[in-house]
Write a protein that binds this ligand. Sequence first.
Ligand code: ADP
Ligand code: GN1
Ligand code: MG
Length: 354
Amino acid sequence: MDEILISSCFLKNDHAKEIIPYGSGHINKTYLVNSVRGNTFLLQQINNNIFTDVDSLMRNIDLITSYIKCHYPTKTTLEIIKTIENKLYLSTNDGYYRGYKFINNSTSIDIVTDPNDMYICGKGFGEFLLMLADFDAKLLKETIPNFHNTESRFTDFMLTCKKDVKNRVSLCKEEIEFVTSRKKYCSRIISLLNSGEMPYRVTHNDTKINNILLDKDTHEILSVIDLDTVMPGSVCYDFGDSIRAGCNSAAEDEKDLSKVNFMIEFFKSYARGYLEQTKNKLTKTEIDNLAFSGILMTYECGMRFLTDYLNGDTYFKTTRPNQNLDRARNQFKLVSDMEKLLPEMEEYIASICK
Ligand code: ADP
Ligand code: GN1
Ligand code: MG
């Protein structure tokens, strides 16, 4: 089945005319579809290797977006376009597809250059956490179990090194040493969650900056998107992942590490926006761990990129050889920068939460 036919399954009394690859996500295949009658929508082929239970995935997204639409009717949210057979997704021999309303006049930022954009995105992701604060987490199916369980990520990583299916271990000894020497990071948040000292909340879990849409002209918040991983988690996962993605002075796969620097001013802007929204909601334990969460999420993501490189690049989309290794090195450079700046980051968070 070709993509024109697939797209037409989401269009009543209309047909797809042109299909353009869209965005720069690492997981799903995203297309902008224009129809004969002048309609536009977003088509995504869901990555079924990663999201094995598409039915539960789409039910989660339907529940969350319907909840936001009902409780916050003035807010823009992601909206599923059902198939002409009134289903949440289309199942074909070539895979699973879904439609989303295209959010007009929007932009998503891959590399942040203006600290004010970080402030705005902090507010946006903070508001998202608040909007779902009373959503019943039990309704959600975990789409990727142990997604941010850094301890289990570490176990997977060690197993991958042991198997060394692509004989790549000898090519990244230094990076492997970087990961193993920081094993102590892995348990900090997960043990606070397990002991009940830190609450589970409904979190987004993939808060990279290009997963929020801003108005192209005013850069005001339009909507948080990419809701595949909304599940119970820690606020530290959301805060830390935005810091990882947004405070990098270079692209996530930049090879020249002299260009990769952690931008502490961007950290402060994001923290200000996020905490303006959430500080009255968060516990002291959560607030005390926010600065560290930037390190943890960057370390974890680097470890995931390195694991994927060792496995032969089967998880994250790649467009060139060694891209996952470059991504891992890039993340580890940021971790090293943040380790030096941790006291300043902690002091800043404490000062704005006084
Ligand atoms: P992935 O899981 O592969 O990251 P996303 O759902 O994040 O896929 O979509 C990829 C990109 O497509 C986003 O970063 C954003 O630029 C764009 N995008 C996604 N959904 C919409 C939408 N409803 N309206 C406009 N742009 C969108
Ligand atoms: C993926 O889907 P996307 O591109 O927004 C990944 C995140 C990583 C990120 C690294 C479901 O995010 O966990 O942090 O790449 N999403 C999934 O860029 O694994
Ligand atoms: Mg995305």
